[in-house]
Design a protein around this ligand. Structure first.
Ligand code: ZN
Ligand code: FE
Length: 259
């Protein structure tokens, strides 16, 4: 059975590692730096076979050259984007990544919005979604439109409810403050916040999240459920409200929410 763990990196990143201890191999996702990966591999006597990349930001790919220097045969799977130079294979929506060791199979999902080439990897009951979906939040729109991001989140929301959501940052409690202003009476949200507080008090990651729990608590997955008068509408927006307007209003309000 492969084992999954988030390796804390940089300020608040997680580099996800899926290891097969018997085969002595591991894959990692979005190594923003090499140190934590090299330490974890050495501690468990593992060889790195595969690096999955979700998008081009430095805090997700910065460690790739140093890891390749140590493991030159490792495959580097990446989206079609020249800003990720080290790829050995490019993948896009619907492609399948079949790995021999550790044995794993992932389907690639296009999840544009945070960047214009962001992808996610779904398989093994997991989704590696980079900076698209966070627990109780979603990624900022650096290169995409609200409509693109909403499409991406809809795609993730349609995965099986027991999917474990492997986000690339520990943002849960920071996101909680905004989520609570939108749905102060949401019991599932309150429960998630309580659980996350305990986890952080024990210096434990709040991730992976469970998709079903996010669907019940994450305002960015709940654009259809949130009451009109709880949406922080900008300016003089008037009904009828389109779904994408609801999402855009939430994302904009979160951008300006005191951190
Ligand atoms: Zn990013
Ligand atoms: Fe990031």
């Amino acid at each position: 059975m492969p084992s999954l763990r988030p390796l804390p990196a940089l300020r608040d990143n997680y580099i996800w590692m899926l290891a097969d201890p018997e085969a002595g191999t591991a894959l990692i996702v979005d190594p923003g730096e090499a140190g934590p990966v090299l330490d974890a591999l050495a501690a468990d006597g593992l060889a790195l076979t595969t690096i999955l990349l979700t998008h081009h930001h430095a805090d997700h790919i910065g460690g790739v050259p140093e890891l390749l220097a140590r493991f030159p045969a490792a495959a580097v799977i990446a989206p079609y984007d020249d800003r990720i130079p080290a790829a050995t294979r490019r993948v896009g929506h619907g492609d399948v990544v079949e790995l021999v060791s550790p044995v794993a199979r992932f389907e690639v999902l296009e999840v544009h919005g945070h960047t214009r080439s962001h992808i996610a990897y779904h398989g093994e009951g997991l989704v590696f979604c980079g900076d698209t979906l966070f627990s109780l939040g979603c990624g900022r729109l650096f290169e995409g439109t609200p409509a693109q991001m909403l499409d991406s989140l809809d795609r993730l929301a349609a995965l099986p409810g027991n999917t474990r959501v492997c986000c690339a940052h520990e943002y849960t409690l920071a996101n909680a403050a905004f989520a609570r202003t939108v749905e102060p009476d949401n019991r599932a949200l309150a429960n998630r916040i309580d659980a996350a507080r305990v986890q952080r008090a024990h210096h434990t990651p709040t991730l992976p999240a469970v998709l079903d729990e996010e669907l019940a608590a994450n305002p960015f997955l709940r654009v259809d459920a949130i009451a009109d008068d709880r949406i922080p509408w900008p300016g003089n927006t008037k009904p009828p409200y389109r779904r994408v307007d609801r999402f855009a209003a939430l994302r904009l309000a979160k951008d300006h929410f005191p951190a």
